[in-house]
Every structure is written in structure tokens, then in C-alpha cells.
Write a protein that binds this ligand. Structure first.
Ligand SMILES: [Zn+2]
Length: 81
């Protein structure tokens, strides 16, 4: 199971091995996919985020996990309708 508390200890939230410094999971693709699936289940496949244009955009949860999200890039995503 996913344990977010492990991240504070520098460990993968899925398997408990040392995690990548820039991510919450380790280098195993399997852990990454499990974490993305968990986030999608928890937050939905898309997340509604208001951008600098004041309009809510439709951002894939996977991209938030994989790339992070820069506020100024939000306008590149389609508007939430
Ligand atoms: Zn792992």
C-alpha cells in the first residue's frame, strides 16, 4: 500500500526502498505506475486547476506526478468545461 510518510524518510512510498530525490517513488517503473494509479483513484484522472488566466484547466493527474506543474504552463492545457 501507498504510505506517504515514507517519503519524508527518503523512501519510496510504494516499496520502501530509497526513492529518487525528485520523486516520491524509487527507480522501478512498477512503483511509479502504482503510484500514478493511486493518485488517479484518489484525485481523479484529471485535476481542475485555475491558471494565470483565471480560467480552470483540465490537467492530467499523471502529468502532475511525472512533470510537476508550473503555474505559468497551465494555459497550455484545455479549459475545464
Ligand atoms: Zn519502489
Amino acid at each position: 500500500m501507498i504510505d506517504l510518510k515514507k517519503a519524508d524518510l527518503g523512501l519510496c512510498v510504494v516499496c520502501g526502498e530509497p526513492r529518487r530525490p525528485e520523486a516520491l517513488t524509487c527507480y522501478k517503473e512498477d512503483c511509479h505506475e502504482k503510484f500514478v494509479a493511486w493518485c488517479e483513484e484518489k484525485f481523479g484522472t484529471y485535476k481542475k486547476v485555475e491558471g494565470p488566466d483565471g480560467v480552470p484547466h483540465r490537467v492530467p493527474t499523471r502529468e502532475i506526478v511525472e512533470k510537476g506543474l508550473r503555474w505559468e504552463d497551465l494555459t497550455n492545457y484545455p479549459e475545464w468545461s
